[in-house]
Design a protein around this ligand. Structure first.
Ligand code: F6P
Ligand code: MN
Length: 337
């Protein structure tokens, strides 16, 4: 089906999913329209008003917000008013926003991922997961976001990079649609991506080496030891610093992404957020034949099984090539001292 449009792809999906297909498709098309708009802001770079610098306000995590974060959030929030979304749970807003009590879906969103790269002309993106509403969204808005990632009906991200693209799964594989200005549409470019099981490439912010657990350090030490070390092969390292870009590379050519917990204040569970970062990316990884785990002492809990306790909670995240993730789990596991 490569070459077909997102709209055509979703029509087929909706036809085979009578329960949620139509509504989820509508939401995805609404997100895609909005992403085109956000891409315009990104494209203007320093010439646009959205790059006026730090705005002074802070997000739920205490990070200083750039104008573009706020703009992207405002745009996606507005776009979701026009589609069947009851609740909007965003990285940029402390509590879920009720949009329409009578609708049946909740969207968890990181409106602008990779914010440290906004000013540097490096790929950034918008990550989202679509969940069924649980109970009355007006009474208990938080509940809909406290479902395991396996409950996501669809998830993915837009990447504002050399190409504007949508990486998405509606539960039947992971696909990439690249935006074509000529056709004014997202066109299916990679159908049913398959992450190679084996890899010799990892991504981690190694500047935190001194803050990691001994187990995490040993995994990287052994990778660095190369062909004459215990792993008996040389590893390459890549770290863009935008989850959307690092995930794209892993989906295309394999590799592993690791953001473990560390000893810095506030980093016991790493940096990535479970509900609107780890869960969408984990669904994409698994649907592409890869793995996604919580890389803590327990060793290898599947991310998609974890029941969130809070919309903004963090999780030590590792995902990518399944054989390498299994190897990492052995280093982290209880039996490895
Ligand atoms: O949203 C968090 C994020 O910006 C991710 O996109 C990225 O993977 C990570 O933070 C980078 O973290 P650090 O700056 O600590 O390397
Ligand atoms: Mn992010």
């Amino acid at each position: 089906m490569t070459g077909s449009s997102l709209a055509a792809f979703l029509e087929e999906y909706a036809a085979s999913n009578p329960k949620d297909g139509e509504a989820v498709s509508e939401i995805l098309l609404g997100l895609a329209k909005c992403a085109e708009q956000v891409r315009d802001y990104v494209n203007q770079g320093a010439l646009g008003s959205a790059f006026a610098g730090a705005k002074g306000s802070t997000n739920a995590d205490g990070d200083t917000q750039k104008e573009l974060d706020v703009l992207a959030d405002d745009n996606f929030l507005d776009a979701m008013r026009a589609v069947p979304v009851a609740l909007y749970g965003s990285e940029e807003i402390n509590n879920p926003v009720l949009l329409d009590r009578n609708k049946k879906y909740a969207i968890a969103i990181d409106p602008l991922d990779g914010s440290s790269n906004i000013d540097t002309n490096v790929s950034i993106g918008t990550i989202f997961g679509i969940l069924p509403v649980i109970g009355d969204p007006a009474e208990h808005p938080e509940n809909s976001f406290l479902q395991p990632g396996s409950s996501q009906l669809a998830a993915g991200y837009f990447i504002y990079g050399p190409q504007l693209a949508l990486v998405v799964s509606v539960g039947n594989g992971t696909h990439i649609f690249v935006y074509s200005a000529r056709s004014n549409a997202f066109i299916l470019a990679y159908e049913n991506l398959k992450i190679p099981q084996q890899t010799s490439e990892y991504g981690i912010n190694a500047s935190n080496y001194n803050e990691w657990s001994d187990k995490q350090r040993r995994y990287i030490d052994d990778c660095l030891a190369g062909a004459s070390g215990p792993r008996q092969k040389k590893f390459n390292m890549r770290w863009v610093g935008s989850l959307v870009a690092d995930a794209y590379r892993i989906l295309i050519r394999g590799g592993v992404f690791i953001y473990p917990g560390d000893k810095r204040k506030g980093y016991a569970n790493g940096r990535l957020r479970l509900v609107y970062e780890a869960n969408p990316v984990s669904l994409l990884a698994e649907q592409a034949g890869g793995a996604a785990v919580c890389c803590d002492e327990e060793g290898g809990r599947r991310i998609l099984d974890i029941i969130p306790t809070e919309l903004h909670q963090r999780i030590p995240l590792a995902f990518g090539s399944s054989a390498e993730i299994a190897c990492l789990e052995q280093y982290h596991g209880k039996n490895n001292t």
